[in-house]
Design a protein. Sequence first.
Length: 212
Amino acid sequence: MVPTPSLLAFALASLALIVIPGPSVLFVIGRSLALGRAGGLLSVLGNALGMLPLITAVAVGIGAVVAQSIIVFTVIKFAGAAYLVYLGVQAIRHRRHTAVTHEATPPRGSKLRILTEGFLVGVTNPKTLVFFVAVLPQFVDYTGGWIPGQMFELGVVFLVIALACDSVWALVAGTARGWFAHSPKRVERLGAAGGVMMIGLGGVLALTGNKH
């Protein structure tokens, strides 16, 4: 177990990082504008679940290898960027459909699809991997034993905080979208705006964050 003082310090550091609007926040807002509150929250959950493989990889030592490999890191980075662009294009293409169904609860198949899309974005986010590789070890008690377990515990703390904070952004953006419900054209434009945000985020991810 991570000592309580270290755990609290890491939680505060994670909160400070998470509440500052960044790529994750832009993704959540873009999805919420395009899909509404339900779609935004499902995207948040999927994105958080996508962190679990990264946390596990870092805990067992694979994460450091990936982060130091320019080839693997670049492949992950561009795969994530391309997928964000794809989601943005889809949001723009289907903006009329989302304008009509903005208050409807997504069908079961759509829920699973949105959840999966969020998971894929989360698991291909190289910035999250680099954060875990660079920050988690600083809060581990190396005299306490079971280092992988401590790192996994810290990763889960980060995941829970991110899930809570991103859910707030999803609710705010989804509610703002709902305010335009009386005007399908406005909702349609908001859906397109969310798509543009995701495309822009994909471009930023592809052009920044090089490790070497």
